[in-house]
Design a protein around this ligand. Structure first.
Ligand code: ADP
Length: 158
């Protein structure tokens, strides 16, 4: 039984995230999405809102669940009896930071490994920040976020 953890801010979840989640769910027995309760990043959506939107977005995937966590990622990973972290890679700009985090995590927890999935081409430009920017300017959001996120995002931006 192999469990993998996909951590992130998900402020809000995008179709790029959902693509990584769906592909991970095909690779591992169980995927737990770890929503980071980050006070430093000042997210647009509360932790509860982010968890609820994700839960809705992954409702069709039987082996995927959503939880939130505080503190060190590797502690959360171990607590969930996992040793695999999933991260998505878009452009070279992601690489530096992701490499640094993966290597740092291996120093702190040598038995935990990070698996990188490259973005699908159609989502390579997509981020939660881009989506929030589009929402501010009234762009149609259906190409970017799961259906359930659209009304909440529009509401929040108002
Ligand atoms: P964080 O604040 O941890 O970077 P994000 O919610 O921005 O949280 O991203 C979570 C993970 O999803 C990261 O590994 C990020 O690189 C990945 N990701 C975000 N957008 C995409 C996308 N369009 N395609 C593939 N991976 C993505």
């Amino acid at each position: 039984m192999i469990t993998a953890i996909y951590p992130g801010s998900f402020d809000p979840v995008t179709l790029g995230h959902l693509d990584i989640i769906t592909r991970s769910a095909n690779m591992f027995d169980k995927v737990i999405i770890g929503v980071l309760n980050n006070t430093s990043k000042k997210p647009l959506f509360s932790l509860e809102e982010r968890v609820n939107m994700l839960t809705d977005a992954v409702s069709g995937l039987d082996n995927v669940s959503v939880e939130c966590f505080n503190g060190l990622l590797v502690d959360f990973v171990k607590q969930k009896k996992s040793n695999i972290i999933i991260r998505g890679l878009r452009a070279l700009t992601d690489f530096d930071l992701e490499m640094q985090m993966a290597q740092g995590n291996r120093v702190v927890a040598p038995d935990v490994d990070t698996v990188f999935l490259s973005t699908s081409v159609q989502y390579s430009y997509l981020s939660s920040s881009v989506v929030k920017e589009y929402a501010r300017y009234g762009v149609d959001l259906k190409e970017f976020v799961p259906e359930c996120v659209i009304p909440q995002l529009i509401d929040k931006i108002k």
